[in-house]
Design a protein around this ligand. Sequence first.
Ligand code: AMP
Length: 423
Amino acid sequence: MAEEELIQTPKGMHDQMPEDCAYFSRIENACRRLAKDYRFDRIDFPILENAALFKKGTGETSDIVEKQMYTLRTKSGEILALRPEGTPSVVRFYLEHGARTWPQPVKLWYWGPFFRYEKAQAGRYRQFHQFGFEVIGGADSTLDAQVINIFYRLLNSLRIKDLTVEINSIGQLAERENYKKALVKQLKKNQSDLCPDCRRRLTRNPLRILDCKEATCQEIVRQLPHVVDYLSPECHQHFQEVLELLGELNIPYRLNPHLVRGLDYYTRTVFEIVQTNDEEKKALVGGGRYDRLVDLLGGPPTPAVGGAAGIERIVQAMKESGRRVSYREKPEVFIAQLGPAAKKEAMRLFEELRQRGIKVAEAFGRDSLNAQLKRADRLGVKYVVIIGQKEALEETITLKTMSTGQQRLVKRSQAVSLIKKRL
Ligand code: AMP
């Protein structure tokens, strides 16, 4: 008979190993601490949203919506999408729950899985995880700096090295439209040298050409005008203030005139936090100001700024900088048992020790004392409790100190407090 083929995870989607879950917890704890310090409240929102949210918010011509969104039709005919990013959901949340009437700005953070039908490769998955920090209802440049600062401090607290903030300003809509016109005019002269994708972008979304990875396009991009030269005095001033604040906060930044981040809703500040080493540059965080998004989603014009970090990329960076996170706590005490009455007693003692906060291990599924002691040795515990038939009957335990090999008989009633005292 032919062997059944094993069903595996879908392409670009991964199981998380216990070790990875431990890294995730470490990062989530760091987020929680920073959220508390900077007074951001945690929210969660559905993994499935109406596809229209991303079409209107993220933009129909963005790669995320045009090429990468997983959509489905429900039995009743709704068109839903697996969320490809978090920012539109946070804004929907803000509008749906009347957060406009809360004290402004509203500071929220989130954490969870996101989905994009990407070309699966190292560091780029179809299911990945992000956390985001968003500030809605504030236009001040200090908020742009605060968001960047939070992500930077967070990566720093995880001891990730070689970080740089890349930053640019893409101005407001009118300025960007002028800039786009100038771009298109110049690019049309070199149209035939652009890659097929960029030739299409020329009419649909010319700003995307600036971050094309093709060598021939990059050569053309180098000759193009910079968006900052098209900014209004107010946008210039705002950008200048953000840069000065980053300087005050000692955050290393680099102006990147080609950073545009390809989404329609961005205005003014756009940034990425990248890790650069000799071989490559990896984006860990991306974000910016999005003064248009609340408006695009049917709310009143409301300024906002935020960003999102890629959790798998952060885990990778932690591993590469030699940061180890253990996923199993080392136990202090091992309980070995021999015989049915002893096993019951051992299980009761396990609970008592555990409830007193003692880290305790067992191998109740094993009956050979030898095998249990071997396990205790491998785990490197300080003490082994041995309960045999005799001990169970006489209401005692044998306590073995592993460093000396010394054994003593202890009354069962005194066992927990004695062990607690010794540890
Ligand atoms: P974005 O939402 O595209 O601005 O991405 C923000 C961050 O999420 C990036 O800097 C990456 O660290 C991470 N990220 C985005 N897309 C993926 C993906 N397909 N796989 C893994 N991480 C991703």
